[in-house]
Design a protein around this ligand. Structure first.
Ligand code: SAH
Ligand code: SF4
Ligand code: F3S
Length: 433
């Protein structure tokens, strides 16, 4: 029995989910902690934060305020992740009861942080790309594997390069071993993570075997009993023909591509410093549809970036008509500290931003209803990974549609053929065939 209890709350993206797994691994295997879901019995309360938009940052202070009220006497509170990176010591000022602050990419210092009063670990150049983390996974069916840390792109709206530092690739030998281990434990799918995965191999912190992302996919696909490889996020700028061909032809690579558009206006893309034009983006997306007609394409879009005119927004809407994305994550532009866009003139007013977001989402829902309706009666191979209410299980098709059928635990981790009987926008309901 472990002496101490750890409660951890994770906000943000998949990279944060993986960072939390690393934190849990370090504390349960190198220190004497075990996990609890009851915050009141925790000896250590952690929040792993996201900074990408303003809202989650506000949430941080209300959350830690809540922790302070319910925690047991003597329990420690630590703030980790992206907001920890960019607010640093200011967190102690705004919330003096916080015991330590540990930025993203400093996660390996967690064992030191819990023992050092008011520990502040926020060096965004700290290199943990070769750190031997202890091993823990929330779920066998979601085997996240980091392939790079940081991001060099400095898109003008984005805080991530200030919270996760410059891009460094993780050596292939580490990635390969992690993938093998996950598969030996029974995982059929691995999920590769990085801010620009298809820029893999650009920079290692030591001398390593030269390798690019398509080669990485090919090499990982040689692992026996591994059936599916997913990844996020690739960058449209690095979608060269070699990458698209390996994506289309390698049978283990899942046919779901995330292509973050951000804007359909080349002028706005330039102001965002995305490095590609609307024409390049369309060219790559059409090439992908041609090479791989079964692939789904998802995207991220920001509306109301500073200077976005009605005409710029209409261009984004046109791209949506042309590509007919299977999934869109859309956001109103949010002003972030340390980013050039925050000081750009012509900030767009809130009412316009809301109207554009609604217009985009409404139209996309119509498109999605048409796409989804075609799935009625279709059959897919589904990898089940999650139990749902009312004796149901859910999983994903190769091209990343969520499917739900009646069933129980023994289906988890299995790939089964499913016929869709009731296709809805968010979930395709079906039955095993
Ligand atoms: N590296 C990934 C993005 C990670 S952040 C990529 O380039 O695709 C995830 C998404 O959050 C971004 O794609 C963008 O659409 C959104 N985002 C980032 N900064 C934002 C901001 N300041 N305001 C609104 N949305 C933002
Ligand atoms: Fe942010 Fe751009 Fe890097 Fe993505 S590529 S994390 S949007 S700076
Ligand atoms: Fe991820 Fe949020 Fe950081 S999206 S990279 S946790 S700012």
């Amino acid at each position: 029995m472990s002496a101490k209890k750890l409660f951890i709350q994770t906000l943000g993206c998949a990279m944060n989910v993986r960072d939390s797994e690393h934190i849990i691994a370090e504390l349960t295997q190198k220190e004497d902690y075990s996990l609890t879901e009851d915050i009141k019995e925790a000896d250590l309360i952690l929040i792993n934060t996201c900074s990408v938009r303003e809202k989650p940052v506000h949430k941080l202070f209300s959350e830690v305020g809540g922790f302070e009220k319910v925690k047991k006497k003597g329990a420690k509170i630590g703030v980790c992740g992206c907001t920890a990176s960019h607010l640093g010591g200011e967190i102690f000022k705004r919330a003096p009861y916080v015991d330590f602050v540990l930025g993203a990419r400093n996660i390996s210092k967690i064992t030191q942080a819990i023992k050092t009063p008011k520990f502040l670990g926020t060096d965004i150049n700290f290199d943990e790309s070769e750190f031997a983390f202890a091993d823990f996974r929330n779920s066998l069916y979601k085997s996240f594997i980091n392939i790079s840390i940081g991001c060099d792109k400095h898109c003008t709206y984005c805080i991530v390069p200030h919270t996760r530092g410059d891009e460094v690739s993780i050596p292939f030998s580490i990635i390969f071993k992690e993938a093998q281990k996950a598969v030996e434990r029974g995982a059929k799918e691995i999920f590769l993570l990085g801010q620009n995965v298809n820029n893999y191999g650009k920079r290692f912190s030591n001398t390593h075997e030269k390798m690019d992302f398509p080669d990485l996919l090919e090499r990982l696909s040689e692992i026996e009993n591994l059936e599916r490889i997913r990844f996020t996020s690739p960058h449209p700028l690095h979608m060269d023909d070699k990458f698209l061909k390996v994506f289309a032809n390698n049978e283990k690579v899942c046919k779901a591509m995330h292509m973050p558009l951000q804007s359909g206006s080349s002028e706005i893309l330039k102001a965002m410093k995305r490095g590609y034009t609307k024409e390049w983006y369309l060219n790559r997306a059409f090439k992908l549809r041609e090479l791989c007609p079964t692939a789904s394409i998802s995207t991220d879009i920001i509306v109301a970036f500073p200077g976005e005119s009605e005409k710029d927004f209409e261009e984004t809407m046109q791209v949506i008509e042309k590509i007919r994305f299977e999934q869109i994550f859309s956001f109103k532009y949010s002003k972030r500290p340390l980013t050039p866009a925050a000081n750009m003139p012509q900030q767009v007013d809130e009412a316009t931003a809301s109207r554009r977001l609604t217009q985009l989402q409404t139209r996309h829902n119509e498109i999605l209803d048409e796409i989804v309706a075609k799935h009625n009666g279709a059959e897919f191979d589904v990898l089940f990974e999650e139990l749902r209410a009312n004796s149901a299980v859910a999983g994903r098709t190769n091209n990343n549609f969520l499917v739900q059928i009646q069933g129980s635990e023994e289906l988890l981790g299995q790939i089964k053929r499913v016929k869709i009987t009731n296709a809805k926008r968010m979930v395709l309901y079906g039955e095993a065939v």
